[in-house]
Design a protein around this ligand. Structure first.
Ligand code: ADP
Ligand code: MG
Length: 293
């Protein structure tokens, strides 16, 4: 192996916004067999927007947004920010919580104005003993089938309404996934989001394999499981949640548009935030290594 060609390869990659942390990663990228893609912020833009606000009987939409928005105000999660932003856009002045707890992969719990407010997944509602009637379940299923993420709100243990958000797929995702498949690389999408939403988003992006409802610590476990089968795995992600999986993968690829934590854990930073940089990086590695041998 000539250090000169590796340096030249790294330099050329950098011109395309593909930053290898070391020559060994440029060497290793050629052998990637499976690419695991995080959904939110990697396949999608990661900027969910409020689409549906449906309060339970006797409550107004404004009231529901006030309660959920106030509970979510202290969370940095993109879903929380979508709710808070949606509330502000509707001229709702959010309150202040006296207690706040973030439950990664599930949602948030807060207390204010003498109320206990919980916002999050079905599982979180089940844990809190909140009963959902079938009409709510059906409505959720319907919205999730459209690729939306639905968050449920309960006040003092009673269901108070649902809020749905939609995130859009990056223009580059579909093309990049087609290219990876043509290169003989398996593509898997991984997400903490529910199965139905994940499948709808994956179908739009052209991904046929999905791992959904994976808890934050579970992403690295899924990468290890693939590696245990002898597969060379690249993981691409942007979030704090993705950092352990990025570090575990044979090649970790962080979106330059994402968190610093993800970039620190990864071997490559994709400055353009485009999934096309993934096949580009692998092709550059293949070409560089062909020159060497
Ligand atoms: P992702 O893999 O998409 O980043 P997370 O693991 O962060 O997902 O979250 C998984 C699911 O937990 C979300 O789809 C959402 O339903 C729920 N959730 C997480 N954080 C929040 C929050 N702050 N408010 C409401 N729901 C949340
Ligand atoms: Mg993400």
């Amino acid at each position: 192996a000539t250090p000169t060609s590796i340096m030249a390869g790294s330099g050329r990659a950098a011109e395309y916004g593909i930053l290898f942390k070391g020559g060994e990663h440029l060497e290793a990228a050629q052998s990637v067999q499976t690419v695991v893609l995080d959904k939110t912020g990697t396949v999608t833009h990661g900027k969910p927007r409020l689409t549906d606000v449906e309060a339970s009987l006797g409550r107004s939409e404004g009231e529901l947004l006030y309660l959920a928005g106030t509970a979510e105000k202290s969370s940095e999660h993109p879903l929380a920010q979508a709710i808070a932003k949606g509330a502000v856009e509707r001229s709702i002045v959010l309150g202040r919580t006296s207690e706040f707890e973030n439950i990664p992969g599930y949602g948030v719990k807060a207390a204010f104005e003498g109320k206990r407010v919980v916002v999050g997944t079905r599982k979180l509602m089940a844990q809190e003993g909140v009963v959902l009637d079938t009409a709510v379940e059906d409505r959720m299923t319907d919205l999730e089938g459209q690729g939306k993420t639905v968050m449920l709100t309960a006040v003092d243990g009673v269901y108070a309404g649902l809020i749905a958000v939609a995130d859009t797929i990056k223009e580059s995702s579909r093309e990049a996934i087609t290219r990876l498949k043509q290169m003989g690389i398996h593509v898997i999408m991984i997400t903490g989001d529910n199965q139905r939403t994940a499948l709808a988003v994956a179908a739009e992006a052209g991904i046929d394999k999905v791992l959904a409802e994976v808890l934050p610590e579970g992403k690295a476990e899924e990468v290890s499981r693939l590696q245990a089968q002898g597969v060379k795995v690249a993981m691409a992600g942007d979030g704090i949640n993705d950092a352990p999986a990025l570090a575990t993968a044979d090649i970790g690829m962080a979106m330059g548009t994402g968190t610093d934590v993800a970039m620190e854990a990864a071997d490559i930073t994709l400055m353009r935030g485009s999934l096309n940089s993934i096949p580009d990086a692998i092709l550059m590695s293949r070409r560089t290594m062909r020159n060497i041998r």
